[in-house]
Ligand binder design. Structure first.
Ligand code: MN
Length: 322
C-alpha cells in the first residue's frame, strides 16, 4: 500500500504556502521515483483554506491540480485501522498557524523561513529553515541541489511565490539568495521577473466588491506575544490603496468583531501599497502596544508607515519582542 504524506502550508494559505507545497511535493515524488520508492510513498500537496486568487490563476494556467483542501490532520480510519497522518510542513512551524490536530500527526519534515516556534516532534527530522524571503526560494535551491528536473509549470509557481512573498524583491526580507533564484527561474522561463510580478499582483483586483471578511482575513495570522496575549496581524497587499481605504469603516467594524470574538489584545491590518512601498496601519482593540512599539498614535484614517512592507520582519518581530 502506498503511504500518503501530506505537504501543507499554513492556515489562510498565501501563494508561498500553496506554491511551496506544490513544488516540494513534486520534488519529493521525483526523488522517491529516482530512488525506486514511488510505489511505497506519495507526497500529496494540501491546503488549509481557500486559494489566493493569484494561486488559482497560476495553477490554472500551468495545468496543475489544486492542492487538496483539508480541515485537520487528525488520525484517519483506513481499512478499519486508525492511521496517524504523516505531514511535511512548509512555510510555517507554529502550532497556531498549523492544521488543527497537528499535535496528533507525525511531522516528518519542516521547510520554512519563519522564526522557530513551537511545533515539536518525537523523532529527529529534517528541519530546513533559512532566514530568507520565501519558502519557494528554499524549494528552488533543493531542486538545484538534488538535480531533479524542474518542469516549467513548477518553476513558474515557485517564481511567483518568491515574487509575492518578497513583494517583487522590495521587501526587507528579500536576500541575495532570493534574487539569485528569481534570476535563475526567470531566465529558465524566459520571463521578465518584475513584469511577471506585477501581472500576479494585478490578479488581486476587485477589492471594491470583495466580502469584507476576505479582505481583512485572507492573509491574517495570530501571534502569541506571551501566555496571556494573542494578537492578530493581517496584511492586504494592494496596487489600489485608495480603493481599500475607501472601505475603512467596514474594515474597522469587522476587526472590532474579530477582537471581541477571539479575545485578541488588538487586531492590526497592514494595507500595503506595493507601488508606494509602505503600509497603512489600521488597528482595533487596545492599540497601546502598537503605539508604543512604533512610536505612533493610531488614528482613524490609518497611519501611513513608509517603507513597511514585511509583516514578519517589520511588524510581528518588534511586537513579539515588546
Ligand atoms: Mn512564506
Amino acid at each position: 500500500m502506498t503511504a500518503k504524506i501530506l505537504v501543507v502550508g499554513h492556515r489562510n494559505p498565501d501563494n508561498d504556502s500553496i506554491s511551496a507545497a506544490v513544488g516540494y511535493a513534486h520534488l519529493k515524488n521525483a526523488l522517491a521515483a529516482r530512488d525506486g520508492e514511488a510505489e511505497a510513498v506519495e507526497y500529496v500537496p494540501a491546503r488549509l483554506g481557500p486559494l489566493p486568487v493569484e494561486s488559482a490563476w497560476l495553477l490554472e494556467r500551468n495545468n496543475i491540480p489544486e492542492p487538496v483542501l483539508i480541515d485537520s490532520v487528525n488520525p484517519v480510519e483506513r481499512d478499519g485501522e486508525t492511521v496517524v497522518q504523516k505531514v511535511i510542513l512548509v512555510d510555517h512551524n507554529e502550532v497556531a498557524q498549523a492544521a488543527p490536530g497537528i499535535e496528533n500527526a507525525e511531522v516528518v519534515e519542516i521547510i520554512d523561513h519563519h522564526r522557530i516556534a513551537d511545533v515539536t516532534t518525537a523523532n529527529p527530522i529534517l528541519f530546513l529553515n533559512l532566514p530568507i524571503g520565501s519558502t519557494a526560494t528554499i524549494v528552488t535551491l533543493q531542486f538545484r541541489q538534488t538535480g531533479i528536473d524542474l518542469p516549467d509549470s513548477i518553476a513558474q509557481m515557485l517564481l511567483s511565490a518568491i515574487l509575492t512573498d518578497t513583494v517583487i524583491m522590495k521587501s526587507p526580507t528579500c536576500t541575495q539568495v532570493d534574487i539569485d533564484q528569481v534570476k535563475f527561474l526567470a531566465d529558465k522561463l524566459g520571463l521578465d521577473a518584475v513584469e511577471f510580478g506585477m501581472e500576479i499582483f494585478r490578479t488581486r483586483g476587485g477589492e471594491d466588491k470583495m466580502p469584507i471578511a476576505k479582505l481583512v482575513e485572507a492573509d491574517s495570522k495570530e501571534f502569541k506575544v506571551n501566555d496571556d496575549v494573542t494578537v492578530l496581524i493581517a496584511q492586504r497587499e494592494t496596487v489600489d490603496l485608495p480603493c481599500v481605504m475607501g472601505r475603512e469603516a467596514e474594515i474597522r467594524e469587522h476587526m472590532k468583531k474579530l477582537v471581541e470574538d477571539n479575545g485578541y489584545e488588538f487586531a492590526l491590518l497592514l494595507v500595503t501599497d506595493i507601488l508606494a512601498e509602505g503600509s497603512q496601519f489600521i488597528v482595533e482593540g487596545d492599540a497601546a502596544r502598537v503605539n508604543r512599539v512604533f512610536d505612533i498614535e493610531c488614528t482613524e484614517g490609518g497611519n501611513w508607515m513608509p517603507g513597511v512592507l514585511s509583516r514578519k520582519k517589520q511588524v510581528a518581530a518588534p511586537i513579539l519582542a515588546s
